[in-house]
Design a protein around this ligand. Structure first.
Ligand SMILES: C[S@@+](CC[C@H](N)C(=O)[O-])C[C@H]1O[C@@H](n2cnc3c(N)ncnc32)[C@H](O)[C@@H]1O
Length: 205
């Protein structure tokens, strides 16, 4: 994947949206992104309500939609309307009526419209404004026992991911979570290029 080093377009995404979509959906991504393991780590059950923030064309959201089944819902938030168009088409093609595209607003963190068992945000944390504030607002949208799951690229040069100057390191995330007053429940270490933390909501204390 990787955002590449080319010119930036809207919403911090590369200007070449078609090329960017192809990278996000690159079949070779599965080897390092391990999407099924990431979704399994969320511990979702059929009927759960979940959210994917910075959903893109739905690499994770389609899998989450299958994990929660027709009795569940997935709020799929992105600030790029064209991503949501692609997502809606893919959901329709896959017969997944439980995916709800939600258009977010530039410069804000979009929130799911109802409490969620899990909120996942992959490779998007580095795009968010006021990151500690975003974490606190997202954690406040968790149902009791729910988890906020944040995955993003490790600092430094890697074969995939955004250029180093756009990244938030693992330690940067931990500092933001501390500032937000959140509790880390678990760190998953099975992804070769990314850090992955699960955070609880304040209502669980
Ligand atoms: C690197 S892509 C990741 C897409 C998807 N999560 C994946 O892993 O395939 C980042 C996505 O976050 C979106 N984004 C950027 N800023 C955002 C914000 N403030 N709120 C919601 N989405 C945002 C972008 O439009 C883009 O679709």
């Amino acid at each position: 994947m990787g955002h590449g080093h080319g010119p930036r377009g809207k919403h911090g995404n590369p200007a070449d949206l078609e090329g960017y979509l192809a990278k996000l959906e690159d079949p070779e991504r599965i080897a390092w992104q391990k999407p099924d393991e990431v979704v399994a780590a969320l511990g979702l059950r059929q009927g759960d309500v979940a959210c994917d923030l910075g959903v893109g064309p739905g690499y994770f959201a389609l899998r989450i939609a299958r994990a929660v089944g027709p009795a569940g819902r997935v709020h799929a938030i992105d600030v790029e309307p064209r991503m949501l168009d692609v997502l809606a088409r893919r959901a329709a093609d896959a017969g997944l009526a439980n995916l709800r595209p939600v258009l977010g607003h530039e410069g804000e963190v979009g929130l799911p419209p109802e409490p969620c068992a899990a909120i996942l945000t992959v490779n998007t944390f580095h795009h968010l404004p006021d990151r500690p504030g975003a974490l606190a607002r997202l954690a406040a949208r968790l149902a009791p026992g729910g988890r906020l799951a944040v995955v993003d690229f490790h600092a430094g040069e890697l074969p995939v991911g955004p250029p180093p100057e756009h990244k938030v390191s693992r330690e940067g995330f931990l500092a933001d979570a501390r500032t937000a007053g959140l509790e880390i429940v678990r760190e998953e270490t099975f992804l070769p290029y990314q850090w992955f933390f699960l955070v609880s909501g304040r209502s669980d204390r």
